[in-house]
Write a protein of this length. Structure first.
Length: 126
């Protein structure tokens, strides 16, 4: 988180695309620390930069790393935009799996991946 805040502090001019990514990194960091209120603030800051020009690809590309914050903060207030983000997520995920899993292609099972990510981030299996 310190590096992300340092990058914000060193910006002389505001460029929306790098700022969106920095805010998303902050969301990831804060969600890993279970600081959801602060993560929400950064997600909404990214959203304010992304929404006017439709720069929502970064949100779709990083959906799985944002710890459910898109569902909590964007889906209730902007359901149509949320659906567009999720469409990007599916397209990005399918392309990623196709490139990185040539033997299995698009048939990679998602549940074990999500379960592994949850366990790695400290959630308990029941």
């Amino acid at each position: 988180m310190t590096l992300t805040l340092g990058a914000f502090a060193m910006q002389e001019d505001s460029y929306p695309i790098p700022a969106i990514y920095l805010h998303l990194v902050a969301v990831m960091d804060l969600m890993a620390q279970r600081r959801a209120d602060e993560a929400r603030e950064h997600l909404l800051a990214a959203w304010e930069l992304a929404r006017p020009d439709g720069l929502i690809e970064p949100l779709g590309e990083h959906h799985g790393l944002l710890g459910g914050m898109l569902e909590a903060a964007i889906k209730p207030a902007w359901p149509d935009d949320f659906r567009r983000i999720i469409d990007i997520t599916y397209r990005f995920s399918a392309g990623w799996r196709h490139v990185h899993n040539p033997a299995t292609g698009d048939d990679l099972v998602r549940l074990p991946l999500y379960a592994s990510m949850s366990l790695a981030s400290g959630h308990k299996a029941h």
